[in-house]
Design a protein around this ligand. Structure first.
Ligand SMILES: [Zn+2]
Ligand SMILES: [Zn+2]
Length: 159
């Protein structure tokens, strides 16, 4: 599963993927169920859908492990969270408040918007709750090495 516009995952999947990415090693269904206070059958169903999307592999009695594309997707999810939280701290929220508020709506914000916000904020290194990484998405043209896809229209700019 590719990141594309970054809107392909439900809030629940975003939460699980970020949590699994933050753990070392496999994460058990029961652990997720306790952590997020949901029924294990719900966790199993959601993990199955994430596995079908190629973002993780599931092993019985072992748990879920992110695939390469799952790690890449999780990297984007973490960046999106931190850019949004950092933006909120510029409007009077504490780090903790910004972190919690961003978690409530972050899954509705597109990758294109995050890349432009990152650019507008001058590619910050530190977010409210961790380091922020930068890639060709936010760095865009002018880095000299990797230019965007030729012919790709610049996003935004309503007439
Ligand atoms: Zn946070
Ligand atoms: Zn950036």
């Amino acid at each position: 599963m590719e990141i594309r516009d970054g809107l392909g995952l439900s809030p629940r999947k975003v939460t699980y993927l970020k949590y699994i990415a933050g753990c070392s090693g496999a994460v058990r269904t029961s652990e997720l169920a306790v952590r997020f206070g949901v029924d294990p059958s719900t966790v199993t169903k959601t993990l199955g859908e994430l596995a079908d999307a190629g973002l993780l592999s599931l092993t019985p009695y072992h748990g879920a492990v992110l695939s390469q594309s799952g790690r890449e997707y999780a990297g984007f999810l973490t960046k999106r969270h931190r850019i949004l939280a950092l933006a909120l701290t510029h409007f009077g929220l504490s780090d903790e408040e910004a972190c919690a508020e961003a978690s409530r709506f972050e899954s509705l914000v597109s990758k294109g918007a995050i890349d432009r916000m990152c650019r507008a904020m001058g590619h910050p290194q530190n977010g409210a709750c961790g380091a922020i990484t930068h890639d060709t998405g936010c760095l865009g043209a002018g880095t000299g090495s990797q230019d965007p896809v030729p012919g790709e229209p610049e996003q935004g700019g309503q007439p």
